[in-house]
Ligand binder design. Structure first.
Ligand code: ZN
Length: 137
């Protein structure tokens, strides 16, 4: 089988989950730390599970070039939170089920059959960094 080329990774998501008020507070602290340090796209808060996600969370979209700095920061600073990291290729189903990795617990992926498997290139999300980092990682 031909290996999948890493160039098929368009961007990444980190989904930062919280199960209760204490975790939500830690997730808010982590969000502020991320926003101050990384040129990433901070998604809105989802206070209820949405899409394939089994717990409330927010998403951080980031460019391929940020991976080597951003992932170690999460490793050191996730404060016990569960985080899903997945690439964005054209196959969202495999990205969530097969290509992903987890920090903390592994949560179920909800209704994976509803995730598309052949996203058109023109429909791939563009990562728009909307933060102005002022601190170094
Ligand atoms: Zn995602």
């Amino acid at each position: 089988m031909t290996p999948a080329p890493i160039q098929s990774i368009h961007s990444y998501h980190a989904h930062i989950y919280f199960a209760d008020a204490a975790e939500r507070e830690r997730a808010a602290q982590l969000r502020a730390q991320i926003g101050a340090r990384f040129a990433v796209q901070l998604g809105r808060w989802h206070e209820q599970p949405i899409g394939p996600h089994d717990l409330p969370m927010y998403q951080v979209a980031f460019a391929v070039e940020e991976f080597a700095r951003f992932i170690p920061f999460l490793m050191l600073n996730r404060a016990g939170l569960t985080i899903l990291i997945h690439p964005n290729t054209r196959d969202a189903r495999r990205d969530h089920l097969t290509h992903a990795f987890w920090m903390g617990k592994i949560l179920p992926i909800v209704r994976p059959d509803q995730l598309p498997t052949d996203i058109d290139d023109t429909d791939m999300d563009i990562v728009v960094p909307n933060t102005a980092p002022s601190l170094s990682a």
